[in-house]
Design a protein around this ligand. Sequence first.
Ligand SMILES: Nc1ncnc2c1[nH]c(=O)n2[C@H]1C[C@H](O)[C@@H](COP(=O)(O)OP(=O)(O)OP(=O)(O)O)O1
Length: 170
Amino acid sequence: MVANKLLTLAFVKTPTNILLGYKKRGFGMGRWNGFGGKVEVGETIDGAAKRELMEESGLVANTLHKIGILMFEFVGDPQLMEVHVFTTNEWKGTITESDEMRPEWFPIESIPYKKMWTDDQFWFPYMLNARPFYGYFTFEGMHKIVYHRLDSVNDLGLVEIPQQPRQPVI
Ligand SMILES: Nc1ncnc2c1[nH]c(=O)n2[C@H]1C[C@H](O)[C@@H](COP(=O)(O)OP(=O)(O)OP(=O)(O)O)O1
């Protein structure tokens, strides 16, 4: 069994707008997303979320609220991605482009879903409405979702996080 790959994803939002970043390189290149990345050894998940937000957007979150947990399975890959999703509406600093991300504000009614990960359109409504959620998505390739489930949850601390893919890896 392979340990899950632990990642964070943070969104800065106001009641009407959301800050997204255009991924300029690496995994998810060419897509708009929140700010995040891998949890480093010795870091807490919350600490990694704050660090990645700062590195990729220039902003420091005063508080981050955990709003969701997403699992991603890629058919044929034995390792699951476990992504912890956060939001903040209190931050300081100046929005700064990094070599990885180009940040830009979007009105909530015109989020560019067609230029984002395919799964985002499913769970963004939960995140935008501050409804805690748990989602599991199985991808075939980088675009096609072949399985998904999405649940509203009362307590993210009680979510049972799977440690291996749903489908046997051949
Ligand atoms: N399917 C999907 N939807 C929404 N968001 C994501 C996915 N898959 C993902 O990986 N993500 C998010 C999770 C993370 O926030 C990033 C990926 O992080 P990555 O760029 O690989 O991690 P870094 O630590 O920043 O990478 P390097 O600096 O090592 O290149 O996308």
